[in-house]
Design a protein. Structure first.
Length: 105
């Protein structure tokens, strides 16, 4: 799995391929699809202040956030330890469901 920062014509984005992640089994066990839309929802729930400064262009097979280099670097640091940790993902999903948050996966 590779989280990649891009700079194309002055537009900055952060992407990773959905599927094949260490946390996928935890996502499926919770009744969700581990696709780009799920990860976008997880980011929106777990880091709302950061997410509101980003634009998203996720797809089924890819997560994509667009924003400033500093915001994207912060997001990369935050998600790197989560998408590789089934326990962290289970915790975030549980907190999201308790709060009434709905994932759009």
């Amino acid at each position: 799995m590779s989280i990649t920062l891009h700079d194309v014509d002055g537009e900055h984005s952060l992407t990773w391929e959905a599927g094949g992640l260490a946390a996928d089994a935890a996502v499926v066990a919770a009744g969700h699809e581990p696709n780009g839309y799920f990860w976008e929802g997880l980011v929106r729930f777990a880091w709302p202040d950061l997410a509101e400064r980003l634009d998203f262009d996720s797809e089924a097979g890819m997560f994509c956030a667009v924003g400033s280099p500093s915001d994207l670097a912060r997001l990369r640091t935050a998600v790197e330890s989560v998408i590789t940790s089934p326990e962290a993902v289970r915790d975030i999903i549980a907190r999201a469901e308790t709060s009434g948050f709905e994932f759009d996966d």
